[in-house]
Every structure is written in C-alpha cells, then in structure tokens.
Design a binder for this molecule. Structure first.
Ligand SMILES: CC(=O)SCCNC(=O)CCNC(=O)[C@H](O)C(C)(C)COP(=O)(O)OP(=O)(O)OC[C@H]1O[C@@H](n2cnc3c(N)ncnc32)[C@H](O)[C@@H]1OP(=O)(O)O
Ligand SMILES: CC(C)C(=O)C(=O)O
Length: 505
C-alpha cells in the first residue's frame, strides 16, 4: 500500500519554541521537501502574521509537485486567510477533548460540532479541499470522537486526521481509534503524532496498520515540545522493517541526510548525535567488537547501509576501541604498525579514554607517529598569516593566509563573530583546494577565569565523504579554532593523497 507523507515541518515543526523562518527560508525548505518526494506540504498557518501569509503564498505558487496546504482554526478569518494565500487545500481543526473544550475553548461538545460543521461548509464554499483534525483526539471520549468524525465527514470534509496532540496515546489505542475513524467517516484518514513519550513513530505506524493512509511528520522530528513523528524514521521503518503488509512512500531516501542537515541549519536546531537514521552516530562505531564486525560486513552492526539515506559510515577510536578498527583507521593514512606497535598504540588510546577524553584522528596519528618512531606525518597545510577584527558596531571580519604545499592562498570573510568569520574565510580557501567543509564544531572551556584554556573539537569532511576529527587546545579561541580546522584538513588531504583503504562511508 502507498502511504501519503504529509510534511508539517513548516507548520508544526516551525512551532518549535524559538524557531521562526523568513518567507524565503520557508520556500527554500518547501523546495527541498518537494525534491525529497513528500506528497503534501503544510506550508504554514496563514492567519498568524503577514510574513506567514506571504510565505504560504510563495510556496503555493512555486509550481511544486506536492499538494500545498495551510492550517486554519474553525474560524472564518482563518479560512479567508488560507484562501487569500492562494490555497485550495486547508487543514481545519478544533479541539474535542473535554479538557480543551472546558478550559481552553469554553464551549461544550455540541458547540464544537457546530463550529466544525460551519467551518467545513465555509471552507468548501471558498473552493478548498478540507482535511479536518479533532485536536487532542487521543484524550477525547471515544464515543464522542467517533460521532464527531462522522459529522465531519457528513459536512463534506475530504480527509480526517487524528492528532495525538500531547503524545498521550499508546500504539494499541491509536489503532483502536483509527479503526473507529475509518469506519465512521469512510474518508482517507491521517495520523498526527507527537513525541512526548517517545512513541510518535510507533503510534504513527500503529495508526497506519489500522487503516490510516497518511502520516503527518516533520524533518528531524522537530515540533512542539518533544516534537512530532520524524519523517526519516517513519519512512525508513516502513521501508525496511517487517510488517503485516508492505507499505511504501514516494520519498527519495538517499536525500534524507542532506535534507535533515539543511533543515537543521535553517531552523538552528542541531540534530542529536544518536538520532536514528540521520544523527552523526547513526552509522558511527567505536567499540572494537563492532568495528571488527563492520569491517568484515557492515550489516553485522548496521541495520541498513548509510548510502540508502545519503549518510556515511564513521569509525572512531577511544576507550572501547579494538585492534582491527584502529589499524583500519591508521591504514587510511598509510600508517601500518607492527602487531606489537599496534598494541602499544591502542593502550595509549585507551589510557586517554580512561581520562574521559574523546580521541580524535589527529591524536591517533600523533600517538602512532611516536610509537612507530616516524617523524610526525607531513603537514601539507600551514597557517602563514591570520588576523581578525571584532567589536561593537562593527561586523566581525577575518583574514586568513594558508600555505598549501608551498603555495600561498588567502581569503577574507565576515561572520557573526571572529570564529565564524575565520572559519568562513578558511572554508573559502578549502573550497578551492580541498573541498573540506566543517561538519562539527565544539568549543569548551577547560579551566576557569578570563585566561581559561579553551578546547576546540572539530569534524571536517570532504566532498567524497572522507571525514576527520581534530582537537586543539589554546588560550585564544579564534586561533585555536583555526588550528583545529587546519589539523583536520591535513588529515583529509593526507588520506586523499595516500588513497588508503576507505573504512568510512
Ligand atoms: C495543536 C496545535 O498545534 S494548534 C496550532 C498552534 N499554533 C499556533 O498557535 C501558532 C501561532 N499562533 C498565533 O500566532 C496566535 O495564537 C493566533 C494568531 C492564532 C491567535 O492569536 P490571538 O488572537 O492573540 O489569540 P491567542 O493565541 O491568545 O488565543 C487563541 C485563541 O484561539 C481560539 N482557538 C483555539 N483553537 C481554536 C480553534 N480550533 N477554532 C477556533 N478558535 C480556536 C482560542 O479560543 C482563543 O480565542 P480567544 O482569543 O477568542 O480567547
Ligand atoms: C492542529 C493539530 C493537528 C495539531 O497540530 C496537533 O493537534 O498537534
């Protein structure tokens, strides 16, 4: 069965506290969602502001393949705003649980039904298709919910949606009320699940198994409080796990990781490393037993291949590392220790781990260099000049000069602060010579006071998915950041030059 993916990143996702997108940013995300292959995009809630109405209009007229929809309360002004934004598809809602009716809407059940019916009739009179949500459905008295949906269908709604507004349902209950709604309405039914108890995807799947044909989801699971059902998790679960019946979607799964990162950047919310499918660690391994297995056959410790979702594999060393994984990582840099040397290198890596430290690629290589007795691995990139200016009433600015294998490159750029400006300037250079991008940046203070030492940990990646991590410690956060990036770049360039066996990606 083909499942309809209704993406609400731009509406419920944007309701994440602290997130606001400009119309241009919303259009940019809508285009990405369309390319990803979603069936419907909830572009926004047109009545809430001028910018929101403009954004919805821009998306509605952008010629996208997905159906474009907007949210409206059971209220004429909201419906007019949706129609005026150029929509022919509106998502109407009214709460049906007693707690919402009594304490929020101050109306009884009969009034809620009347408001639902009149809003559907009005939206239809304005030429729009209607998807109707019974807000807080899962805390609504079951008999009333069933009756409510029946009347919504009789009033002319085209689709019915079951929101688990505060993530309160269990999968079993979601299935029961989905069956009720399908029977009562005879309409295509959607499910809209929140993640307050971490069950949003499980509840969504349960609703789909019980007869719903559409899932409301967001990229990275962003949304109110603990968020909504995550698009990437749901889509991959439907595609890869065993269910009673096969359910497919139109999502181009190889675009999932890129879309996740792009949305994360635009909304300003980092994806947690252990997030399923798209987190940095979703295909990352440190434990020796795991890296050993993965090197032989990745499916030993990965349920799916990272390429399927546009992600890459990453091996790391640390306290839990083993010889096979560590030697494979060193092999990428052309470093081949003897069996005895490997044991010594690993014990020093573990000693760092025992001190509670993350061990970066640069540290692994410098330990290996010391143990093998080879001079440090060649630095192709060196910092040969650098200055920044910052202050109040001035735009932070950086000048960076790098010596790359004897050739000088320089770049300048602005940024939100001196670190940002320096990293942007560096990226201009690295874009030219090595296409290295910074995928992770962490800054921590490791001693107190204004003369504190800072520690910068950085992850860099090239266009081919080669990754390297580096750490630098110093007194000046800008210089330390630049040094960490340069260390990471050196590792990537060395890896490319040596063309060692690739253990990642
Ligand atoms: C579960 C969900 O995600 S629902 C969607 C939630 N999203 C948002 O709220 C996003 C943006 N919201 C806003 O910008 C504003 O809240 C607006 C523009 C919608 C309304 O702003 P205000 O007029 O200042 O009202 P306020 O937000 O304080 O209160 C909500 C009003 O909507 C009413 N309301 C809530 N749900 C509905 C509904 N489904 N149908 C009709 N009226 C509703 C409330 O009763 C209250 O009405 P009142 O002002 O007459 O008392
Ligand atoms: C408007 C509705 C569908 C909603 O977002 C919710 O109940 O979570």
């Amino acid at each position: 069965m083909r499942i309809r993916i209704f993406d609400t990143t731009l509406r419920d996702g944007e309701q994440t506290p602290g997130v606001s997108l400009s119309p241009e940013q919303k259009l940019q995300i809508a285009r990405m969602l369309d390319e990803l292959g979603v069936d419907a995009i909830e572009a926004g809630f047109p009545v809430i502001s001028e910018g929101e109405s403009k954004a919805v209009k821009m998306i509605a007229t952008a010629g996208l393949s997905a159906d474009i929809c907007g949210l409206a309360r059971a209220d004429k002004r909201d419906i007019d705003a949706a129609a005026d934004a150029g929509l022919d598809y509106v998502h109407l809602f009214i709460a049906t649980s007693d707690i919402h009716l009594k304490h929020k809407l101050m109306m009884d059940r009969e009034e809620a039904v009347r408001r639902a019916i009149s809003s559907i009739e009005y939206a239809k009179s304005r030429g729009m298709k209607v998807e109707f949500s019974a807000e807080d459905a899962t805390r609504t008295e079951r008999g009333f919910l069933r009756d409510f949906f029946k009347q919504v269908a009789e009033a002319g709604a085209d689709r019915a949606d079951i929101p688990d507004t505060v993530g309160y349902s269990t999968p079993a209950y979601m299935a029961e009320i989905t069956r009720d709604a399908v029977e009562a309405t005879g309409l295509p039914v959607s499910v809209h699940c929140h993640n307050d108890f971490g069950l949003a995807v499980a509840n969504t799947i349960s609703g789909l198994q019980a007869g719903a044909t559409c899932a409301h989801v967001t990229i990275n699971g962003i949304g109110e409080r603990a968020g909504n059902a995550s698009l990437e998790e749901l889509v991959m679960a439907l595609q890869c796990l065993q269910f009673d019946e096969a359910r497919s979607t139109g999502i181009h799964t190889e675009k999932l990781y890129g879309t996740s990162r792009a949305v994360s950047g635009l909304v300003g919310i980092q994806v947690q490393p252990n997030k399923a499918i798209v987190g940095e660690n979703a295909f990352g391994h440190e434990s020796g037993i795991h890296t050993h297995g993965v090197l032989s056959n990745p499916l030993t410790y990965e349920p799916i291949s990272p390429e399927l979702v546009g992600h890459t594999r990453r091996l790391e060393v640390g306290k839990h590392a083993g010889l096979h994984g560590m030697n494979a990582m060193l092999g990428e840099y052309g470093v081949k220790p003897t069996a005895e040397q490997s044991k010594v290198i690993l014990s020093r890596v573990k000693a760092l781990g025992d001190q509670g430290k993350k061990v970066t690629d640069v540290e692994l290589l410098s330990i290996a260099g010391e143990v093998i007795g080879e001079p440090g691995l060649r630095r192709m990139v060196q910092l040969s000049g650098f200055s920044v200016s910052t202050g109040i009433g001035t735009m932070p600015y950086a000048f960076v000069k790098l010596n790359v294998d004897g050739k000088e490159f320089s770049a300048t750029d602005y940024g939100v602060g001196p670190v940002d400006a320096s990293l942007s300037a560096m990226q201009k250079i690295t874009g030219e010579i090595a296409e290295v991008r910074i995928r992770e940046y962490g800054l921590a203070s490791i001693s107190g006071g204004s003369n504190a030492l800072c520690e910068v940990t950085i992850g860099v990646e090239d266009a081919k998915g080669n990754k390297a991590s580096a750490r630098s410690v110093g007194e000046d956060i800008v210089t330390t950041s630049v040094q960490a990036v340069i260390d990471g770049m050196n590792r990537i360039m060395l890896k490319k030059m040596l063309g060692g066996k690739k253990t990642r990606g």
